[in-house]
Design a protein around this ligand. Structure first.
Ligand SMILES: [Zn+2]
Length: 431
């Protein structure tokens, strides 16, 4: 599957202040001197310099110079690809009752707060994020603003409005559709609006009241119609599924990723492996609900549904990891007590449930890139977008090293001011 990737939609317009450095712009080039590159393939030997030009990794090797560029001393630090989040809701605040907050906001408040959450996420080290559902296609608009450099943030893969059955999970922000033709139309409407992912509801969810989490919703023929439309356009399909039957329905329909996956069993694992589909566990969200509960202000019906289901996700995730299922990292950011930039906590839980640190890094870089159809992000590699984290410790020793990066580069630009030591600037050696 392929998607448009970096589809230069901004045309002839001037890039905004947060855009990647355009080719030839003086001062946009950067050399990272003497760090240790590490990505999902492992540690690269030695301490090569990394030269960044026009937002991309232009060279990796010893003693690199870039005329007119900034040289930063990163000796003793680790250079890692920026993290990705395959399951986030920009529109939700990550407070104890995010749906109530969203319902109480006007659209202006939702958009401005969503933009602020994007800025915080990229500062936390998330450089690519997939939105899996919000109102009015605001994720599509925010993706365009980030792409044009008008607001800071990760690159956004927007799903537009969720496609759900009438009265189904997320119906009040989604496109309600019944029957394969209507679901096909809903998928087409999202694609017309600019979605680069399609989100389908295969079951009810914890956050919608009425104790419907896990109950089957869109049918296999309905799910299949949307999958067919999305795949014609090279767009991946994500299906929310919180029960065995929902997981199996989604996989039989040919979705690219199962979101959550409560109740999945060996049959589901066999199907995931056979089809090369990914599991997006979002297990941090369950953990937070279980750990903090109603005392933290999370609605009782959410806590009850989570208590009933969460163990079935732990069992499935552990079996899926052991079986070698592709796990794409997503944290359900925006859900209770989870922010959209908080990926390290999600990765720590994968490790706790049997994954190596290297596989956990892959889950948030190369696996997600492949799921999104992006071939130029997720590795420290020539030609890749310079979406990089500079961190103090080896993330293959502990994924905790990815928390609070020293520097985040997005398309080669520091998200915040570069800290010292800067060895050289376009005006010559630093003092
Ligand atoms: Zn979600």
């Amino acid at each position: 599957m392929t998607t448009a990737g970096r589809s230069g939609s901004s045309g002839a317009s001037q890039p905004g202040p947060f855009a990647g450095s355009p080719p030839g712009r003086p001062g946009g080039d950067l050399v990272l001197r003497g760090g240790r590159p590490v990505d999902a393939r492992g540690r690269r030997p030695g301490t090569p310099d990394i030269a960044i030009r026009a937002g991309r990794i232009a060279a990796i090797g010893p003693d690199l110079e870039v005329a007119g560029g900034v040289v930063v001393d990163v000796a003793g630090r680790w250079i890692v690809p920026g993290l990705m989040n395959a399951h986030a809701h920009l529109c939700l605040d990550g407070g104890p009752d995010p749906e109530a907050t969203l319902r109480g906001e006007n659209r202006t408040e939702t958009v401005i707060r969503s933009a602020a959450r994007l800025a915080a996420a990229v500062r936390a080290g998330v450089t690519t994020i997939r939105d899996v559902g919000g109102p009015d296609g605001i994720d599509i608009e925010l993706a365009r603003l980030v792409e044009a450099g008008e607001i800071p943030g990760p690159r956004v893969i927007p799903s537009g409005r969720v496609v759900t059955m009438t009265g189904g999970h997320g119906w009040w922000i989604g496109l309600q559709a019944d029957g394969p033709d209507a679901v096909r139309r809903a998928a087409r409407e999202n694609l017309r609006a600019g979605a680069r992912s399609i989100k389908l509801m295969a079951t009810g969810g914890m956050m919608t009241g009425g104790r419907q989490a896990g109950q089957p919703q869109l049918t296999v023929p309905e799910l299949s119609a949307a999958v067919e439309e999305a795949h014609k356009r090279g767009v991946p399909v994500a299906a929310h599924a919180e029960s065995r039957i929902g997981v199996l329905n989604a996989l039989h329909a040919g979705v690219d990723s199962v979101e959550h996956g409560h109740g999945g069993d060996q049959e589901a694992i066999d199907l995931l492996l056979e089809r090369g589909a990914a599991l997006v566990p979002t297990i941090l969200s369950d953990r937070r609900i279980i750990d903090h509960g109603v005392a933290a202000g999370i609605p009782e019906f959410v806590v009850e549904q989570c208590h009933a289901l969460h163990e079935s996700l732990v069992v499935f995730l552990e079996a899926a990891i052991a079986a070698g299922v592709r796990i794409a990292a997503g944290n359900d950011g925006g859900a209770p007590l989870v922010s959209i930039g908080e990926m390290v906590g999600e990765l720590e839980l994968y490790v706790e449930h049997g994954m190596s640190a290297q596989a956990a890094l892959a889950s948030a870089t190369t696996v997600t890139a492949e799921l999104f159809g992006l071939d130029d992000v997720g590795l420290v590699e020539l030609g890749h977008a310079a979406d990089l984290l500079i961190v103090d410790d080896d993330p293959l020793a502990s994924v905790a090293a990815l928390r609070n990066p020293w520097v985040v580069l997005r398309d080669g630009r520091p998200v915040d001011r570069l800290p010292a030591p800067i060895l050289a600037t376009p005006d010559g050696p630093a003092r």
